[in-house]
Write a new protein. Structure first.
Length: 128
């Protein structure tokens, strides 16, 4: 079970860090891929917010990667995975909230796949 937790933490950590790199490498291009050529998409505030969101994902991912190599207790790795699932659920809930409050016309496909997938990996490993 412990090795499954470690692998889950590494998968979640790697996906989040890669997502963060994509957001920070080209925040304007990332915004355009989601929202198209709408007014303000190329502006500094939109790009800086994308980078900030990417930084948050890098932080969560880095915590998972670091702990996967340094935490040697099954109960602790389960707690990290459940905590990560809770955090990702809050991020996903914020995206859904933006849609339901009318700030988004549609929810992009990637977060609809990535977040539930990562949450499922965390919970499956921690609760399994």
């Amino acid at each position: 079970m412990f090795m499954e937790n470690i692998l889950a933490m590494q998968i979640v950590g790697a996906v989040l860090v890669l997502l963060a790199i994509m957001k920070n490498r080209d925040p304007i291009g990332f915004n355009k891929s989601i929202f198209g050529d709408v007014e303000g998409v190329e502006g500094g505030p939109a790009a800086s917010m994308r980078m900030l969101i990417g930084g948050g994902f890098a932080g969560i991912g880095s915590i998972n990667l670091y702990c996967s190599f340094n935490v040697e207790d099954t109960v602790a790795t389960e707690a990290i995975l459940v905590g990560t699932a809770i955090g990702l659920a809050l991020v996903f809930g914020t995206i859904l909230g933006a849609k339901f409050r009318g700030y988004l016309e549609h929810i992009p496909i990637p977060p609809m796949v990535i977040f539930p997938g990562l949450i499922a990996i965390c919970l499956y490993s921690a609760m399994g």
